[in-house]
Design a binder for this molecule. Sequence first.
Ligand SMILES: Cc1ncc(COP(=O)(O)O)c(C=O)c1O
Length: 387
Amino acid sequence: MKIAKSVNRLGTEAVYNIFAKTKKLAQEGKEIIDLSLGQSDFKSPKHAVDATIKALQDGHHGYTLPNGIIECREAVSRKIKSLYKVNINPERIVIMPGGKPTMHYAISFFGEPGAEIMYPDPGFPIYESMINYTGAKATPYNLTTNKDFLINPEEVFSLINERTRLIILNNPHNPTGSFTKKKIIDELAKGLEKFPQVTILCDEIYDRLIFDDNEISTFFNYPNLYNRLIILNGWSKTYAMTGWRLGWGVWPENLIDHVFKFCVNNHSCVNTAAQFGAIAALDGPEDHLKNMIKEFKIRRKLMVDGLRSLKGVECSLPGGSFFVFPNVKETGMNGEKFTKKCLEEVGVAMIPGTAFGKFAVDNVRLNFATSRENISKAIEKIDKILQ
Ligand SMILES: Cc1ncc(COP(=O)(O)O)c(C=O)c1O
């Protein structure tokens, strides 16, 4: 069997390996506190579940248009208008089976040998994986140069060259939990005007999970970039709907035909009944999200205070998402050793920073979208191995 070389260049997400390991340890009877996952412990909103059940009962069982039912695209457009005060034609919106396909398609459109694509390091591992798959050069920009992991526009500009075709941005950011404020994003957007050959893929999947009354700093604020701006978003994080596989992308008009063809060649259309649930989530009351944010703020404090109380652990306060990314260097261990010891000796699962690139050698990622009890217990357990 001769497999295409490109397949061997694909990477993965370490979270799935750790998931398999924690399952095995749990089966062996070990108590595990899993802080490795990229999802919250909240259930999806009831009105989304009810609308999906109703859609099935009403007979919505067939294929839909590959870019999504018009009602769902209109609901996304309405939401964007209500949040960001901009009008986006529903024809530029494509409903996807999750947030990931938008990055997969965008990277596929621009990546090929000879091209360069920039991405954050540390960053969501699929960016680098997909860039390598296409044969393009993966050029990381380093987010560990400041302790709050904020995007540094000057560094980003310094790495752009005539081969750069796409730059990937992610704010709020996974894995660091950093939130780059509008003032810096303004600077970034202004500077990118000077590089018209570069398309921008802005991953805003955590846009509603921000704390401290910060203003959302979306790329929708820059209409002069719309002709080369792709915005990735979806239902997974905001509405706790990770397993539904629902996302949306906003694309420049001239890419829509290509996206449509990719959908036809790949998945035909997104689960029809789920799209009705998606509309209900967008149009329904936001109490669910408000409660989630309120609870996450409490858990964030518990987690950050707890980590800061540990010997040798430094932790900045995340401004968004549900992740913390402490530095463990002063414990005498790097992130990988720390992760291994925590899992094997006290049953606390997390992810080493190196699962997100090459720069965050001394960091680990923990998810605080779990019960307060789990967070307190995890801190107590980690404390034991640091004595
Ligand atoms: C930064 C980022 N982008 C995209 C995704 C993909 O989201 P989905 O599960 O909807 O495909 C994730 C999921 O963890 C993420 O963290």
